[in-house]
Ligand binder design. Structure first.
Ligand code: SF4
Length: 381
């Protein structure tokens, strides 16, 4: 695992504090989306399909820091859209670091080289560069030639300046296990500190609906990849051993959507980072008034094939805290890549999907237009 000891210790202490306080639901990672605008249009992305008026919205520095204060999660993952398009991203990161949050700045790296000087290496700060495989795989995934080469150049430049750099890699059903394994070997050779890997979530608005993985395909793919790397021990993952074990079909978990609450320009997104079925005005309202039992695999059709880290890493962390020896065993021996799969959750009782995206977009557009139409205060001399 590539998570530094300081980070493991602080997150461990945080989880213990939550347990001692008797909290059943608590956040681990704040997913902060300060904007939806991006400078790429990836085929598997379900985050950028908004009208321009919404793509032009930004969370301010104050809103971002207030979200971190309100939520209290020890880790903040800044996603989007492309966060480096936000003019005040440097101030947002600085404010979070002042609060001693572990910050993962997710980027497609197209602007990273130019913006490196705005940031300072810190044990609390990690660049998380989007790379969905080798040059051919990644450029296909992001629908643009040359992006892989620019991302790798930015990774090397950041490493030279002393930054911690991870990659975040999403796999689809055309991923070839041997090729993925060689890609993981390669990213370590170029100095990447950790890998975050996940199967793609089947976003209903993504332009490409053909390449999302079903659960059975996901479990088989990850076994086939991990087998080529000593049960995943050959590589440094920025994820818990039990989450990797879950991806390979050795654990049955229900998701923990409140583990990674999402704040974006709409508000606090219900129920999770992956689907927006409503928005709360405050973090407390999100936690207290969301019908959590209506979501998750087996409960809701849109959740049927989800095995994404933003939903299940917190489940794995909770399991590791409850069963530390099990987690240690997987870390020491590696992920099991043969034998029977753990039972999967039956889908027979799930409720049908609801399609509410357009309603939320209309609502947000009306809000933006009302705000714009309001008379602006006259500046005082
Ligand atoms: S399974 Fe959980 S994390 Fe995945 S989409 Fe459903 S609610 Fe979100």
């Amino acid at each position: 695992m590539s998570i530094p000891l300081l980070q493991q210790a602080r997150i461990g202490a945080y989880v213990v504090r939550q347990k001692l306080a008797g909290r059943r639901r608590y956040p681990l990672v704040l997913m902060l989306e300060p904007l939806f605008r991006c400078n790429l249009a990836c085929a598997g992305c379900g985050k950028i399909d908004y009208p321009n008026e919404i793509l032009n919205q930004r969370l301010s520095v104050e809103q971002c820091l207030a979200a971190a204060d309100e939520c209290g999660a020890p880790v903040v993952s800044i996603a989007g859209g492309e966060p480096l398009l936000h003019k005040e991203i440097g101030a947002i990161v600085a404010g979070l670091l002042e609060r001693r949050r572990f910050v993962y700045l997710c980027t497609n790296a197209l602007l990273m080289h130019k913006r490196l000087a705005q940031f300072t290496p810190s044990p609390y700060f990690v660049w998380s560069v989007h790379l969905d495989g080798d040059e051919q795989m990644h450029d296909k995934s992001v629908c643009e030639t040359g992006v892989y080469t620019r991302a790798v150049a930015a990774i090397k430049a950041a490493k030279e300046r002393g930054f911690r750099v991870n990659i975040n890699c999403t796999l689809f059903n055309d991923a070839l296990p041997e090729r993925v394994a060689r890609f993981f070997d390669h990213v370590h050779e170029i100095g990447v500190d950790g890998i975050t890997v996940s199967p793609g979530y089947a976003y209903e608005r993504a332009p490409d609906q053909q390449h999302f993985l079903h659960r059975e395909q996901t479990r088989k793919l990850f076994r086939d990849v991990f087998r080529r790397g000593r049960g995943a021990k050959a590589w440094s993952f920025s994820q818990s051993s039990l989450f990797l074990d879950f991806l390979a079909g050795n654990q049955t978990y229900q998701c923990t959507p409140w583990g990674n609450p999402t704040r974006n320009v709409f508000g606090w997104q219900r129920p999770c980072y992956l689907i927006g079925e409503g928005y709360a005005r405050s973090f407390r309202e999100l936690m207290d008034e969301t019908d959590w039992d209506a979501y998750g695999t087996g409960n809701y059709e849109k959740c049927a094939n989800c095995m994404v880290h933003s939903g299940y890493e917190a489940s794995a962390v909770q399991d590791a805290v409850a069963h530390p020896l099990k987690a240690l065993r997987v870390s020491m021996r590696g992920v099991r890549t043969d034998g029977a799969f753990a039972p999967d959750i039956p889908l027979t009782g799930q409720r049908p999907a609801q399609y509410v995206h357009s309603r939320h977009v209309e609502h947000k557009l009306a809000e933006i237009r009302i705000t714009k139409a309001r008379p602006q205060p006259t500046p005082t001399a």
